[in-house]
Design a protein around this ligand. Structure first.
Ligand code: SF4
Length: 102
């Protein structure tokens, strides 16, 4: 009985660590410009590098950080995007799905 309780405590602690690490790893994964979905949307991690001939709708100061789909905190360097589940985009990035935050 004592052993199974100890095992339960050890496994619970290990499980909590695994969950914490998974969250950290997911939080650090950045969307690559070469990702097929990112490339299709013309995503650039630096909005100033957007191909303006191809994406005429881009105009400064449009950036992920002021996009309605951006999920990062105000002022954060990177955050989630509704279009890229489990990954982060640069707050200075941009893609053709940009929609101005209200
Ligand atoms: S939808 Fe918005 S936040 Fe997401 S990558 Fe495009 S511009 Fe950035």
């Amino acid at each position: 009985m004592k052993n199974s309780r100890r095992q339960f405590m050890i496994l619970s602690a290990a499980g909590a660590c695994t969950l914490a690490l998974n969250g950290k790893v997911q939080a650090q994964a950045m969307v690559a410009e070469t990702d097929p979905q990112a490339a299709a949307l013309g995503y650039k991690s630096d909005a100033s590098k957007v191909d303006k001939a191809k994406f005429a709708k881009y105009a400064p100061p449009q950036a992920c950080g002021n996009c309605a789909l951006y999920q990062g905190a105000a002022g954060s360097a990177a955050g989630g995007c509704a279009l890229f589940a489990g990954k982060q985009v640069s707050s200075k990035g941009w893609c053709s799905a940009y929609a101005k935050k209200a």
